[in-house]
Design a protein around this ligand. Structure first.
Ligand code: SAH
Ligand code: SF4
Ligand code: F3S
Length: 483
């Protein structure tokens, strides 16, 4: 949560404070001075563009980075033709990295045309030493490199770059520090992500996240609640609680709190109408959470429950710590308590050693559960993870063929499942004007399905009852209904 601090009252001619967040406000004030100088010389404010490459947590970090840039006085740019370009990177799969390298070539050509331009890279990819080495050697035009643990330091690093006039690299291996109370610029006025924890301790054998995000750290419930209350006062009606494994929230706090206990407190906050969360690890999903969901009026009837594989043998090699049977049993228990729940999942195809038989077990879980949607990924070998050195990496053409089969079936099934609310009236949170149809708006049901219906900008950010007239597979067309 961000305190209202008047940057112009900070004396930037004294030594910077040592403690946070005061230190960062000092550097924001210093950057603001630089912005003013730029404006005097160029007759316009410098522009800044931030691009997010990764997950919701990465996106939330970007909002914090944009908040800092806004405080410093930068004007937001719509694309990379800006004075400051910041890429918040992801490294969960190789193609995420490739996208960044691809874009860097383009940034270099832009920088040649604009001598003021500064380029900064941060996020998960920068936590890998090989990546930083490569950028230092082959992408000399990058100005600032920082990681996932020190994003709050953007203003300080920018100041250092402006003073030292050479590439600034600041990567922390891990941290215990959670710096609160910095500004954030929200993408939507009516909904917001809220970090409840950082890092991950699970070490699934294919996954790089624990190495680049560090050990699990939970924020204190009172800080989370204070942040959400402030969001509610600012007009937010929907919050998404974010963590790599929200079900292990609070275990390491001085006074341990369960995730279900935290949800109970969030439920009490006036003005918040919808509560979502991501991601739930099946191994830690408690009976208490199921009961809290069943009894809640605000928690959305949606659970993202990544299964990764349907083969108990592969799940063991993945270090997921549940079996196929335990997963299916969990789904049964959730459905018994919350019958209208939408379930979505993540699936990896082609984990080392995956046989046709293992793959058919995954197909079987897809049939048995009937997910609303499933994100399907081709296994990507991540340097440093245990799976990277496993024998029996599956040949590419075999993986591709399995992937196509899985995707086709997932799409068929989810089109059927998604149509289940057809011809009923459901509440829709209106998010924007429709991109394609004039006179229409677009919003989401509690279970996250998209709905388009006739309406205007005045509806954005409100929750409207909508009659769902037609199902188009992954979305509905509807009309606003009287209550
Ligand atoms: N913490 C979440 C997942 C975060 S990463 C969880 O445990 O469910 C998001 C998804 O990326 C994962 O669920 C997994 O399906 C996928 N993923 C992670 N590492 C991968 C890899 N090396 N190759 C392919 N997909 C991967
Ligand atoms: Fe990765 Fe597993 Fe942690 Fe999720 S729980 S971030 S898949 S290690
Ligand atoms: Fe990517 Fe980092 Fe998220 S690796 S998926 S941006 S935690």
């Amino acid at each position: 949560m961000h305190q209202e601090i008047d940057l112009d009252k900070i004396d930037i001619n004294t030594e910077p404070p040592i403690e946070e967040p005061a230190r960062q406000y000092y550097y924001m004030a210093k950057c603001r001075e630089w912005v003013r100088e730029f404006e005097r010389k160029n007759g316009r404010r410098p522009t800044a563009f931030t691009q997010t490459f990764g997950c919701q947590m990465n996106a939330r970090d970007s909002e914090k980075l944009q908040g800092i840039l806004e405080q410093a006085g930068f004007e937001e740019a719509g694309d990379e033709k800006a004075d400051f370009v910041l890429y918040n990177t992801c490294t969960v799969r190789e193609n995420a990295n490739q996208r960044v390298y691809g874009r860097l070539g383009y940034l270099n050509t832009l920088k040649k045309k604009n001598p003021h331009m500064l380029i900064a890279l941060c996020g998960c990819m920068m936590q890998e030493p090989e990546v930083v080495d490569k950028i230092r050697k082959s992408y000399r035009f990058v100005d600032i490199i920082f990681g996932t643990h020190n994003i709050f330091k953007l203003a300080e690093l920018m100041d250092r770059r402006l003073e030292e006039r050479k590439m600034v690299v600041d990567i922390w291996r891990d941290t215990e520090q959670i710096v609160e109370e910095l500004p954030a610029q929200r993408k939507f006025p009516f909904k917001s992500g809220v970090n409840i924890m950082f890092g991950c301790n699970n070490f699934c054998s294919y996954c790089i996240v624990p190495y680049v995000r560090g050990r699990e750290r939970s924020r204190k419930p009172e800080d989370i609640i204070a942040e959400i209350k402030q969001l509610a006062r600012d007009g937010v009606v929907e919050v998404m609680l974010l963590g790599q494994n929200v079900n292990s929230y609070g275990k390491n706090l001085e006074t341990p709190v369960t995730f279900a206990g935290l949800l109970r407190q969030v439920e009490e906050i006036e003005g918040i109408e919808r509560i979502r969360f991501m991601t739930s690890h099946p191994k830690d999903l408690s009976e208490e959470l199921i009961q809290v969901m069943a009894g809640s009026k605000k928690i959305c009837r949606h659970l993202h429950l990544p299964v990764q594989s349907g083969s108990s043998r592969i799940l063991k090699a993945m270090n997921r710590r549940y079996t196929k049977e335990q997963y299916l049993d969990l789904v049964d228990r959730i459905r018994a308590a919350v019958p209208d729940i939408s379930l979505t999942t993540d699936i990896i195809v082609g984990f080392p050693g995956e046989t046709e038989e293992d793959f058919l077990e995954t197909m079987d879980v897809v049939e048995k559960v009937g997910f609303d949607s499933a994100f399907t990924f081709i296994y990507s070998r991540r340097t440093g993870t245990p799976a990277a050195s496993m024998e029996d990496q599956v040949p590419e053409e075999v993986v591709k063929e399995r992937f196509d089969r899985l995707l086709a079936r997932v799409q068929e099934l989810s089109a059927r499942v998604c149509a289940r609310d057809l011809h009923t009236t459901q509440k829709v949170l209106v998010e924007s004007l429709d991109d394609h149809l004039e006179g229409y708006v677009t919003g989401r049901l509690g279970n996250n399905t998209v709905v388009h219906f006739p309406g205007d900008a005045s509806l954005i950010g409100t929750i409207v009852p909508v009659y769902l007239e037609e199902s188009k597979g992954f979305y509905y067309m509807g009309t606003a209904a009287g209550v």
